[in-house]
Write a protein that binds this ligand. Structure first.
Ligand code: PBG
Length: 331
């Protein structure tokens, strides 16, 4: 490839040409849209750092789902805010828990929609950590039983996929075993395989009321400097029976997405987390960037890095743009 025989600009001259040679395209089917559910009726509480997102009671969640479903977004991811927190996070695996109620309501109203549930204790524990506390740290092995119970109760409520985000060692195997024994051998596990101890989860922790009350999550979530370790984490989850693997966050870890993509052929999910969403929203609200263009560029980069599916708070807005006549014409 040498100038002047090769001129890279020849194929950039019109939108039609650019579109013909475009390597990566976002589509509606790529997206998973997260929601926060809480007890009550008629609750729709705005989340200040996540414009356009709310804490919703199950009835309001059903209303909120109308447009995403009509537009063909295939899946949602549910996070729950319990009525009461305790040291073992018991509402997390209670039959009448908020997630269990929400899943039943959603599957009843929208049977085709894929409902994914977050399997993690941090929203349900009074200390805000993702597992059982022993001697001041999160105890791995005693947490596994609770996670397995939680996944099973989500399965009973009708979840289509369970997604463990706790980062305990061995949890995929523990959950798989419990699901199989409970008759849910067909229920897939989407594992947060390489989940980093990231400051970009800030807005989520306010939204889900799940910030740790002491310390931080660095003894179980990954060190941001490591990508060899990410490969071991993914390999372990695959070995234990994960059906989909995940890298989280997305934008600061595109290299990890790329590396995982090149070594594993399971469906790869990237989580474009709350802080990534909030940064674009905040800068756009200040008039410092074009929010829509930055959003589409960021989402495209995640797909280009190798993600098959993208969990994003931008999902509905992105899909509106993808389905607009202007976008199709390249405007
Ligand atoms: C629960 C969980 C978290 C997120 C998803 N599941 C928070 C955390 O690990 O502290 C973060 C998602 C986001 O920031 O959008 N463990």
């Amino acid at each position: 490839m040498r100038f002047p025989e090769y001129r890279a600009r020849r194929l950039r001259r019109t939108e039609t040409l650019r579109s013909m040679v475009r390597e990566v395209r976002l589509s509606t089917e790529d997206f998973i849209l997260p929601f926060f559910v809480r007890h009550g009726r008629g609750v729709r509480e705005a989340l200040s750092a996540m414009p356009g997102h709310f804490q919703l009671s199950p009835d309001m969640l059903l209303k909120e789902l109308k447009e995403p479903v009509e537009r063909g977004i295939p899946a949602i991811l549910l996070f729950g805010i319990p009525a009461k927190k305790d040291s073992l996070g018991s509402e997390g695996y209670a039959d009448k828990g908020i997630i269990q109620q929400a899943v039943r309501a959603v599957k009843d109203a929208y049977p085709e929609l894929v409902v994914i549930t977050d399997v993690c204790l941090c929203e349900y524990t009074d200390h805000g950590h993702c597992g059982v506390i022993r001697d001041g740290d999160v105890d791995n092995d005693s947490t596994l039983d609770l996670l397995a119970k939680m996944a099973l109760s989500h399965g009973r409520a009708g979840a289509d996929i369970v997604a463990p985000s706790d980062m305990m060692d061995g949890r995929v195997a523990a959950i798989r075993e419990a699901l199989d024994e409970g008759g849910f051998e067909q229920l897939p596990i989407m594992s947060y395989s390489a989940k980093y101890a990231s400051a970009f989860y800030g807005p989520f922790r306010d939204a889900a009321e799940s910030a740790p009350k002491f310390g931080n999550r660095r003894s179980y979530q990954m060190d941001p400097a490591n990508s060899d370790e990410a490969m071991r984490e993914v390999a372990m989850d695959v070995e234990e029976g994960a059906d989909l693997i995940m890298v989280k966050p997305a934008l600061p870890y595109l290299d990890v997405i790329w590396r995982v993509r090149n070594s594993f052929d399971l469906p790869l999910v990237a989580y474009n987390v709350s802080g990534e969403f909030a940064m674009i929203k905040a800068a756009a609200q200040n008039g410092w960037i074009d929010g829509d263009l930055c959003m589409m560029e960021a989402l495209t980069s995640i797909k280009r890095a190798g993600a098959d599916l993208i969990i994003s708070y931008h999902a509905l807005e992105a899909v509106r743009i993808l389905q607009s006549a202007g976008h199709k014409a390249g405007k």
